[in-house]
Design a protein around this ligand. Structure first.
Ligand SMILES: Nc1nc2c(ncn2[C@@H]2O[C@H](COP(=O)(O)OP(=O)(O)OP(=O)(O)O)[C@@H](O)[C@H]2O)c(=O)[nH]1
Ligand SMILES: [Mg+2]
Length: 302
């Protein structure tokens, strides 16, 4: 890099579950790395994606949605999200344009106020789902709660103002070096991204209490050069036999569907053919066991 004005630094995406953080990360990267779904608490990892151009290196930190915790997993996710405010250059707070600003948002903003000297950008997300009036009202309410350094209205799905968001964030970055190699796009091991892609398909396939009860681990992965094929063996953990039954489905139909959907995404991530083997196992109460949460790689651990 011979660009003297090269800027580099970190932006953290923060907000309530479902605000659109992971979708925005993917839109910024122009590639899917983070999983996104309508289920709250989709993201369980602090996840970094890295965008490098001739002018800047922007490290985007996706966080689990911050919310009032109900169990050890919830607490761990909050800790993870709030920890990612330390030592970063810009905070982007996402507020869903078409959801009422609620206690959850107020709680996050209270946490934000305690962070001094870091530029804070208000991001009104999902603009495609809201009217001008709704957006104006949302901005007015957010301004009552805190003073923001900048405000951007965007849609990660249509791409509206995503580039403006990037430009704004970069304008707050200090001049600095490459923190990561220019060709590195995420700090997550491939196995973690693969496990997450599988988990995303489960979130879209089963409902009620099951999505929150699952943990996915890639047990083994190998590349067959001759066939240009990855063989991936993964285990899906659930908490109860009944959940296992739902996930496997009648005659194994549900798990087969999940496998087919996941394989499509994995083939596009890896750029090869994929053989995917999914097993379902019961591990009672893993969400209450901090050691197990960390073994799965959720929260701070990964
Ligand atoms: N229409 C529309 N939908 C969006 C937009 N951004 C996100 N969504 C949808 O909103 C839902 C939640 O998006 P996520 O990106 O998973 O939200 P998140 O903030 O990462 O959620 P957690 O990981 O649970 O904290 C998904 O169904 C997305 O497809 C947008 O700009 N427009
Ligand atoms: Mg997310």
């Amino acid at each position: 890099m011979d660009n003297k004005d090269f800027r580099s630094g970190f932006v953290t995406l923060l907000g309530r579950p479902n605000a659109g953080k992971s979708t925005l990360l993917n839109a910024i990267m122009d590639q899917k790395y983070a999983i996104a779904s309508p289920t709250a608490q989709t993201t369980r990892h602090r996840f970094r994606a890295i965008k490098t151009t001739d002018d800047y290196q922007l490290i985007i930190v996706d966080t689990p949605g911050v919310h009032k915790p109900h169990d050890a997993l919830g607490e761990e996710l909050n800790t993870t999200a709030l920890k990612s405010l330390e030592g970063i250059d810009v905070i982007a707070f996402l507020l869903d344009a078409h959801e009422p600003l609620g206690r959850g948002d107020e709680w996050v903003i209270t946490q934000l106020k305690a962070v001094k000297n870091t530029p804070k950008i208000l991001v009104i997300s999902k603009s495609d789902l809201a009217t001008e009036d709704q957006i104006e009202a949302q901005i007015a309410k957010a301004n009552e709660l805190m003073e923001w350094d900048d405000t951007i209205v965007l849609s990660a799905v249509t791409g509206y103002h995503v580039d403006e968001f990037i430009d704004t964030v970069v304008s707050y970055l200090p001049e600095g070096p490459l923190w990561f190699p220019a060709d590195m796009q995420t700090d997550q091991p491939q196995e973690v991204i693969i496990a997450e892609f599988i988990r995303e398909k489960i979130l879209f396939t089963v409902h009620d209490e099951v999505p929150h009860a699952i943990g996915v681990v890639v047990d083994e992965m190998s590349y067959d050069r001759k066939k240009d094929l990855y063989r991936i063996f993964a285990t899906i953990y659930v908490e109860r036999d009944s959940q296992k039954g739902i996930l496997v489905g009648k005659g194994g139909r549900t798990i087969k569907h999940i496998g087919i959907e996941a394989r499509k995404d994995l083939e596009s991530l890896l750029g090869t053919k994929v053989f995917l083997d999914l097993q379902v196992k019961v591990k009672k109460n893993w969400r209450r066991d901090l050691n197990l949460i960390r073994r799965f790689g959720y929260g701070e651990g990964a």
